[in-house]
Design a protein around this ligand. Structure first.
Ligand SMILES: [Cu+2]
Length: 129
């Protein structure tokens, strides 16, 4: 019994070391990014996460399919929207694939997945000046 407890302690040590060692690096000068910020949205479990995003003009949003099935990233409300896909429309993204859109104008941009919109796979990007 005692031996198994010691094993637990030893196994936990590397995790503690990593957790304790990660926080350093303060005091460096802040370098402004040379390119507009990229914000990532994960596609997982038939959801966009986060599904409600506020970004500034010039931001690139990158959707990454972290799921085990294909999804699309399609501008508009749903498949019956006559404007669906006019602004952007990712082809079906296989697991691991990603898709990017540069948001250069302010406004609210609804989007959805063509396959799973009926399951509530919808999102919104609000672009502010
Ligand atoms: Cu989908």
């Amino acid at each position: 019994m005692k031996r198994s407890i010691w094993l637990l302690v030893l196994c936990a040590l590397p995790a503690w070391t990593a957790a304790c060692g990660g926080g350093g690096g303060g005091g460096g000068e802040i370098i402004e990014p040379a390119v507009p910020e990229v914000v990532e949205v994960s596609l997982f479990d038939d959801r966009f996460n986060p599904d409600d995003l506020v970004v500034v003009v010039g931001t690139t949003v990158r959707w990454i399919n972290d799921d085990e099935e294909d999804h699309t990233v399609t501008s508009g409300i749903d498949n019956s929207d006559p404007d669906a896909g006019l602004f952007f429309d990712a082809p079906p993204l296989a697991p691991g694939d990603s898709f990017e859109v540069d948001f250069d104008d302010p406004g609210d941009f609804d989007y959805f997945c063509r396959f799973h919109v009926d399951l509530g796979m919808v999102g919104l990007v609000s672009v502010v000046p």
